[in-house]
Design a protein around this ligand. Structure first.
Ligand code: FES
Length: 87
């Protein structure tokens, strides 16, 4: 993914920031000072799970957590275009 790629992320219909090629959505949320829970950062604990309400993501790490179809782990994915999530 090119460094210049910017993608709009909307959190809880209230916080908006641009993903800027960080390793994961979790890293980008931290970079933009968005409150987020996490522990393992590796797809094991599930604490970073959020609902993807709009858009698509690309998985960058495998997950061992059982997920519903609209769940994503912020430590394991990056936006694939504009997305909306609920924490
Ligand atoms: S922080 Fe543990 S699964 Fe993402």
């Amino acid at each position: 993914m090119p460094k210049s790629f910017m993608t709009r992320v909307t959190v809880n219909n209230s916080i908006v920031f641009d993903y800027d090629a960080e390793f994961s959505l979790l890293d980008s949320m931290e970079e933009n000072e968005v409150p987020v829970t996490y522990n393992c950062r590796g797809g094991y604990c599930g604490l970073c799970k959020v609902k993807l309400t709009q858009g698509k993501v690309t998985w960058v790490q495998d997950s061992l957590v059982t997920l519903q179809s609209d769940d994503v782990l912020t430590c394991c994915c990056v936006p694939d275009g504009p997305i909306s999530i609920e924490t």
